[in-house]
Design a protein around this ligand. Sequence first.
Ligand code: ADP
Ligand code: MG
Length: 344
Amino acid sequence: GSIIDSSGTHQSIESDKTMSTESDRMTPRLESVEERDSIWPRQNSLSLKEWDIPYDDLNLGTMIGKGRFGTVYRGNWHGDVAVKILKEDFLDDEHAIEAFKLEVAIFKNTRHENLVLFMGACMKPPRLAIVTSMCKGNTLYTHVHLRRDKFNLNKTTLIAQQISQGMGYLHRRGIVHKDLKSKNIFLENEKVIITDFGLFSVTKLVYDSNLGLGIPYGWLCYMAPELIRNLKPYRPTNEDLQFTKASDTYAFGTIWYELLCGEFPFKSQPPESVIWQVGRGMKQSLSNLQASRDVKDILMMCWTFNADDRPDFNKLFTTLERLPKKRLARSPSHPIQLSRSAES
Ligand code: ADP
Ligand code: MG
């Protein structure tokens, strides 16, 4: 695999050739977010103001749900939007507010078909909120784990390819997602929309001085071995949890597994056991997975113990593209719908 440095500018020649999407072509080649912002800091702070939405301009509707960052509300701001209001416990922490502003500055520079549309942010404490387009449809988590939908391999591959394109774009811009999981990926009709990228550093994992570190359900299985090995029995700092492009690739592997198997890896095993196994380089067994070698190889590549050996998303995209496509047994003269409508 090829390694991308932290500025996201060094890609292998091969992967440059193989993934030339519309959005990629429109992205200036030798510019990462960090570079640009350090060259034109003033321009950056000015354009941040441009994205400022006064809190009172937002019409908040019903609550959609709660996550680790805060609460998401349905809202109206020139149309339907999702408003993510940050948890109050960040507000006493100046460092967290600075981190939030930095992340908004990064967020505002993302434009890709497969990424949720950033519309603006409320940046005056005590009101810190991020406004994005409202995703329609269900998350992959809902499809796979709640509705128990089964996607055929063609559809699974198409979904994974779109995730790879969105992620390839983010990495190209020097943005690490840090929280790639099936709950953060929506499926609108056939289209994948990735949400919540780059926002992890403002979160704090639940920590209780009596109970220790609380690990949210379904979180560990996305964590690469190098992250797992750094978990401590206290609230982790950003230094402890060094998310990288390679740790995003690991998380993608888990999503590929969920799509194929309909469940999480290490399902119903206690956290200590998962931590012990993954930390030592053990992987979920694939003996029960009925799939071709190529399909399983993608899992093994993404879950590679050594972070540097994991493929980047350009490589993943081409690997997925090369998977043999099953021809659908459907011809114009014998549409599948015919037999269905005959039944009903
Ligand atoms: P999590 O990602 O862990 O579910 P979040 O705080 O990100 O937690 O989301 C809380 C709820 O809001 C979830 O049900 C999520 O699907 C929903 N949600 C988040 N962002 C959007 C969005 N842009 N459009 C629609 N629903 C969203
Ligand atoms: Mg989310």
